[in-house]
Design a protein around this ligand. Structure first.
Ligand code: NAD
Length: 256
């Protein structure tokens, strides 16, 4: 029988209770990984962990605010306590506030940077020693097309995702010697709760917003599963010579 891609691996996935994180948690579990589903939304995380278990996989749910150091430390500890190791960290939890600098409040700026950027620092800080001790690992960070180009009325989000993209490169340099690869996936518009929340913030109907978002070479928006496949590649041995890179998964949106 052929080995499953993530057999014997343990993955911690933030924002695992919804959207891209949920799709990745389910895919990783189907590929043989034990998964810690980490989310601020406790019910969402538990539902995904139960879904994995119902399919015969191994999962735990961890309630965690990724902007808080103690929560991040506990998430890593609970993962190791449950599964004995940690091989893959998917830093994926994120929020968006659609506003320019004039509308954005200082609190909104701080919250976006804490959830989208500080979280990557905190979780990596606690996960890297555990990975290094076991001989290495893989970190995948969720950036965005808007980490590579600017977008209107999303100044804190663009700043945060630009930081994630370049932080990925810096971390790849620092941790290559520990055999830890660090890469970034940059989704384009993907059909999740976040996209519908953006429509609401901008006063648009979800239908109109989704039609506009589909205006790209492949003529559709992304599915969470499209992004999960890219994360699987970056997290698994198929990408063993890839580190410090950014993989854009956006139906060609940034191509022209
Ligand atoms: P989503 O809203 O479906 O999922 C985000 C998850 O993160 C939710 O379960 C939420 O509870 C969790 N979360 C939010 N704040 C948290 C916190 N402080 N601590 C722990 N968990 C927290 O959205 P999604 O689209 O799946 O987003 C996943 C990632 O993809 C985000 O980083 C987002 O910026 C990025 N992204 C999404 C799109 C898109 O179009 N959907 C495009 C580019 C990038």
């Amino acid at each position: 029988m052929s080995r499953m891609q993530l057999e014997n691996k343990v993955a911690l996935i933030t924002g695992g209770g919804s959207g891209i994180g949920r799709a990745t948690a389910l895919l990783f579990a189907r590929k043989g990984a034990a998964v810690a589903v980490v989310d601020l939304d406790e019910a969402g995380a538990q539902a995904v962990a139960r879904e994995i278990e119902a399919e015969g996989g191994r999962a735990i749910a961890v309630h965690c605010d990724v902007s808080q150091a103690a929560d991040c430390q506990r998430a890593v500890q609970e993962t190791v306590a449950a599964f004995g190791r940690l091989d893959i960290l998917f830093n994926n939890a994120g929020i968006i506030r659609r506003a320019d600098v004039l509308e954005l409040t200082e609190e909104e700026w701080d919250r976006t940077m804490a959830v989208n950027v500080k979280s990557v620092f905190l979780l990596s800080k606690y996960a890297i020693p555990v990975m290094a001790q076991a001989g290495g690992g893989a970190i995948v960070n969720t950036g965005s097309g808007w980490g590579l180009v600017g977008g209107r009325n999303a100044v804190s989000y663009c700043a945060s995702k630009g930081a994630v993209v370049n932080m990925t490169r810096a971390m790849a340099l620092d941790h290559a010697a520990q055999n830890i690869r660090v890469n970034c996936v940059c989704p384009g518009d993907t059909d999740t709760g976040m996209l519908r929340n953006e429509a609401q913030q901008l006063g648009a109907t979800a239908e109109a917003f989704l039609v506009e978002a589909a205006d790209r070479p492949l003529r559709r928006i992304g599915k969470p599963e499209d992004i999960a496949q890219a994360v699987l590649y970056l997290a698994g041995d198929a990408s063993s010579f890839v580190t410090g890179t950014t993989l854009v998964v956006d139906g060609g949106g940034l191509a022209g």
